[in-house]
Design a protein around this ligand. Sequence first.
Ligand code: ADP
Ligand code: SF4
Length: 581
Amino acid sequence: MKRLAVIDNTKLKDMSKKVYIQGLCPVNRAGKECMYFEGSKLLIAEPLCIGCGICSNVAPEAIKIINLPDTLAQDPIHRYGKNGFALYNLPTPLFGKVVGILGVNGIGKSTAIQIIAGILKPSFGKEKEASMHDLIQHFKGTETQAYFEKMKSGSIKVAYKPQHVDLIPKQFSGKVIELLKKVDEVGTMEAVAAQFELTHLLERELGQISGGELQRVAIAATFLKKANVYIFDEITSYLDISQRLKVAKAIRGLATPDVAVVVIEHDLIALDYMADLIHLMYGTQKAFGVVSQVKPAKYGINVFLEGYLKEENVRFRDSHIKFSVRAPIKSIGIHTLTEWHSFEKVQGDFTLHAEGGKIRPNERIGVLGENGIGKTTFVKILAGVEKATSGELGVKLKVSYKPQYLEADSDELVMSALHEAVKKYDAELIRPLGLKDLLLKKLNELSGGELQRVAIAQCLSQPADLFLLDEPSAYLDVEQRLAVSKIISNLAELRHIAVLVVDHDLLFLDYLADRLMVFTGKSGREGKAQGPFDLETGMNTLLSSLGITMRRDESSKRPRINKLGSVKDREQKEKNKYYYG
Ligand code: ADP
Ligand code: SF4
């Protein structure tokens, strides 16, 4: 059996600990150099390792010993040095198609697309970089071979949108218009700016626009490059539903017989809408990742939810993620937490009208609606932080709030930011959110996804009557989103507290929410708050305001968007059933 030993030496700072671990290895004790040093780096000679697991039990955060399945007998496509992360196989860009990549964080998606983009030269697990000739030989007889031949002849030009749009203002200072003009190779700056609702922002400084606006700037900048391979690393973070669909539609339209598009995406509804084909990626996070064969998008997403790849005979998750046709009836308290009659709030140019409603303890309410339409104002009024201009309100609630944009400037330790959670909710928050390994890190050292998980734990551990989580799905991979919805539900149940979750990932909300509130209106001008409704009425209200219909997939029961003007779309609109059908 082939064995992989992956060591992250940055997690083993103490030399004496490394020497101690080396001393425990039974192969070393028998006189062979299985664990050895290169300078101060501890390494493992994989052919000598017997897989006893002693070292990885002592330092699980730094060492992973993995017995690879027999199907992975071949060398990896790439390895980040000795005992580094290993990537097996590559996704294939296909001209005329949108190819999606779906997998958890740390499974090698970025590594794979960097190789496709020609940025990273793969090593095949050897000491030196492989040549283009080696790559072409390796993939002989496949579409990937044809792709690398094109790259070798210089006829591939890649445009790439990175995941972390928040970094753009650090790399480029100036106005939106200056950035777009600088990258515009097609000469359609104004039209593309209008397409992504940026015209009114052109004169703004990049450092002063919101995350959702930056996301659209980054997408527009990618569209403005003259390329034949477009790669998008997540398009949905910070975008509301109508913007997500607009961008997804534009990306679909990019793929022509001469243009290939590759997308990494964790919003399964957006991915389903964009992609023709999908590669799943599985393996062990931060140790190795395998790119699956390519599959039709609809089937590929269902395979992902099932957790089992039939063609490859690989089970990559123990549980099957299931959706139900109707929201399951959960144990919702019969009492009322708060009740309000209709009220109005005027704030400068913006007016919010809220219809009456009530929230029961223990229930999970999804909140849908565009950005800038009064969702936060509404909750501040429930909390008594802001006063309504007119109308009657119920009891003042103590609200624990996780904002949409997370500040991470502080060098406070995660452990101290999370002291309540560490003290009281180890089993409910710290462990299931995978925060154990982060406790000794500083807040400003965390990645977007890590910071998000810390912020969720922090919010859910505070004393409160109501939790408000604003876009908890941002930067989380699809597996984490589904896990977070379970964690939120369990904690609401345990603490007998209601939760409002504002999010634009409809699949995440469908999985999480008992009921829905819907905000409609015009961003920055007026908002109308309705509900909470039952799930179907809520979705219907939102989707009819957007003019799109959704049905449930027959086999997985997950929600999917109907093609505009398709038979199903027309039938559902006639019946005024925008959701489910
Ligand atoms: P994903 O995009 O799926 O989140 P990545 O491709 O970014 O995954 O990373 C996969 C693994 O490779 C991670 O464990 C990461 O730490 C490691 N890795 C990424 N870049 C480097 C590098 N330059 N040197 C060493 N390890 C790296
Ligand atoms: Fe040595 Fe066992 Fe660790 Fe392999 S798994 S390096 S044999 S201690």
